[in-house]
Design a protein around this ligand. Structure first.
Ligand code: PXP
Length: 243
């Protein structure tokens, strides 16, 4: 089975740093260490209010990230200019408004088809790989495929919240969505609320998933287990699912 990459979202490290206004914890050092501990990617989500990752962090990270650099965000003019100049390996477009606490829905690619097509064409001119944050609705995935996106990132909140009650039920729509996206030649990423309990089952049962982006639970687990152990525990969950 194909491997699945772990991309660690380091927004929460920036949130902690910003709480005191200094440079502790150091976001760049954390990214370098997370890669050294085994992560295959670093994800950041700069928001217009810079309440966690700042635009300056993104430029500094670009200089030191040696694995896959993934920048997520709403494609405002400011965001597009940032990614065009930083040129990460992947740009994940998310439909969230500036004031939202965290991303809470996938794109309505049917309604936003023309907008997304334009944005993606612009990013493609800079040779950037694009992923669209999506729910599991198959009609929406059909529309995503017409925008020219390379990948979709499945929004896994609903899987995570249904997992304890019935993992099988919670994953069913995601299996259909991933295999549908695959037949439309789009790669499949996944993220949001994935954790040490629910990650292995998701990866094991959806062979199309090639990358997961995980932040909140992983950084929280690091408070108990340490960052190095935690990254390795997540990697183990992924690796054992694909053996
Ligand atoms: N993917 C996207 C598009 C996100 O916005 C986030 C949260 O910033 C994640 C993945 C990671 O979610 P979590 O922090 O719950 O692991």
């Amino acid at each position: 089975m194909t491997a699945c990459k772990l991309s660690v979202n380091i927004n929460k490290i920036a949130t902690l740093r910003n709480a005191r206004g200094g440079t502790i914890p150091n976001v760049v050092k954390a990214a370098i260490d997370i890669e050294r501990f085994g992560a295959e990617g670093i994800t950041v989500h700069p928001r217009p209010d810079e309440r966690h990752i700042r635009f300056r962090d993104v430029y500094e990270l670009k200089e030191c990230v040696t694995t896959e650099f993934n920048i997520e965000g709403y494609p405002s003019e400011g965001f597009l200019k940032l990614v065009e100049s930083v040129k990460p390996h992947q740009v994940t477009l998310v439909p969230d408004s500036p004031d939202v606490l965290t991303s809470n829905a996938g794109w309505n690619a049917i309604r936003e088809q023309a907008f997304l097509k334009n944005v993606i064409e612009r990013l493609k001119q800079k040779c950037l790989r694009v992923s669209l944050f999506m729910d599991t609705d198959l009609k929406q995935i059909d529309a995503a495929a017409t925008t020219g996106t390379d990948r979709i990132e499945l929004y896994t909140e609903r899987y995570a919240s249904g997992y304890e009650k019935s993992a099988q039920q919670a994953i069913a729509d995601y299996q259909k969505a991933a295999s549908h996206a695959s037949t439309l030649n789009m790669g499949v990423n996944a993220g949001h609320d994935l954790n040490l309990n629910n990650l292995n089952y998701f990866i094991k049962n959806i062979p199309q998933v090639i990358e997961v982006s995980i932040g909140h639970a992983l950084i929280s687990d690091a408070l108990y287990f340490g960052l190095q152990n935690t990254v390795q525990m997540y990697k183990h969950q992924i690796k054992s699912a694909r053996e």
